[in-house]
Design a binder for this molecule. Structure first.
Ligand SMILES: *Cc1c(COP(=O)(O)O)cnc(C)c1O
Length: 372
């Protein structure tokens, strides 16, 4: 046991235990019904998420990655097109762009929000640019107003990667509902997580919704009358039933994460070389991750000291996507993303994380960094 962290980066047991009976009943209900694919739970969950987000259409799919792929295709993005995005994200963001045959064009990020820097988008627009794909990284909103203004000016689609930000807001609007489509992931560790893979596309655009619905079932509007090459990418009925039990708790859970973040902010205040997350007055950060910056090249040293004390941490992401061998030739240096890849460290956080955990983690950070 000695090698295992005593404090994990994420502990889902409290939320699962609190809802145990309801979850088991939901799963058993699906098994008893015998309807495992595209049944009543998927339909109900789609409606419930649409109501929660305040959006016209929601389309459940197999994963957040598929939500991006299908969302891009529903927006008409394909071979020859360029999509402007952030290099500081999970690989799936860029992978989805490449998957549909388009080319990701990476622009650098904002040092405070870790998200795409809107000022750098316009110079990257070419005659082939068709879309902007911002990511709401760690649960923090990308700066959507200037992004939407550019999209309007250049007639571009905006697809929001909302995988890490279910329930987050920008100027009072739910993330994933501001652009042409929002793509969500229900990977188990996300703020709203299933017990397996799952994803969803949200849109107010009737035509995109119809295309996405068709693409998730082999490109057929009517079964066996397939019209285009699509995917087998459906949200499972069991996962939808689980997500329906969890959805009513998402605001309370996100608030729990926000409380924990506020406490960390206090506990980590004034440690030289530690930068706590930017609190954007325009946004409701939902802290999928609580990510600090560790300056002076001490991140890895801090990470190993925390590990020695049984504290799990993660680096999201050690290599910015534009520096991966696949994309390296394509992209210029993006200095902010490259700097932050060496500084970021995500600390343990989950809804209801105990005060003692926060104090122990912050106290250990202070002991390592504040003492020299
Ligand atoms: C998790 C994640 C995805 C992919 O979601 P999956 O459900 O794992 O396919 C895409 N983008 C970002 C930013 C993510 O964090």
């Amino acid at each position: 046991m000695s090698g295992l962290p005593k404090i994990p980066v994420l502990d889902l047991t409290p939320e699962i235990e609190a809802l145990w009976d309801e979850l088991m009943a939901a799963i058993q209900g699906v098994i008893k019904s015998g309807q495992f694919i595209m049944g009543p739970n998927v339909q109900a969950f789609e409606q419930e998420v649409a109501a929660y987000l305040g959006v016209k259409h929601t389309i459940g799919v197999n994963s957040g990655t598929d939500a991006l792929v299908i969302g891009l295709r529903a927006a008409g993005i394909g071979p020859g097109d360029e999509v402007i995005t952030t290099p500081f994200t999970f690989f799936a963001t860029a992978e989805a762009i490449s998957q549909v045959g388009a080319t990701p064009v990476f622009v650098d990020i904002d040092l405070r929000t870790f998200n795409i820097n809107p000022e750098l988008i316009e110079p990257a627009i070419t005659s082939r640019t068709r879309a902007i794909l911002p990511v709401h990284l760690y649960g923090q909103a990308a700066d959507m107003d200037p992004i939407m203004a550019l999209a309007e000016k250049y007639n571009l689609k905006v697809i929001e990667d909302t995988a890490q930000a279910f329930g987050g807001e920008y100027k009072g609007r739910k993330l994933g509902t501001i652009g042409d489509a929002g793509c969500f992931s229900f990977f188990p560790s996300k703020n709203l997580g299933a017990f397996g893979d799952g994803g969803l596309i949200a849109t107010n655009d009737d035509e995109m919704a119809e295309k996405a619905r068709m693409l998730r079932v082999h490109g057929a509007r009517q079964k066996y009358y397939n019209e285009v090459i699509g995917y087998n990418s459906r949200l499972d009925e069991v996962q939808a039933a689980i997500l329906r039990v969890k959805l009513p708790h998402i605001d309370e859970w996100n608030e729990g994460r926000r409380q924990a973040a506020r406490r960390y902010n206090e506990l980590l205040k004034d440690i030289p070389g530690i930068v706590t997350p930017f609190e954007d007055p325009n946004a409701r950060h939902v802290y999928h991750q609580y990510t600090i910056r560790v300056q002076d090249d001490r991140r890895d040293e801090l990470k190993s000291h925390l590990a020695e004390n049984g504290i799990g941490t993660t680096v999201y992401y050690p290599v910015p996507v534009h520096q991966l061998p696949l994309y390296k030739e394509l992209s210029p240096a993006l200095l902010v993303a490259e700097q932050l890849a060496g500084e970021v460290l995500s600390l343990p956080i989950w809804p209801g994380v105990q005060e003692e955990v926060l104090e122990f983690v912050a106290g250990t950070v202070r002991a390592v960094i504040g003492s020299s």
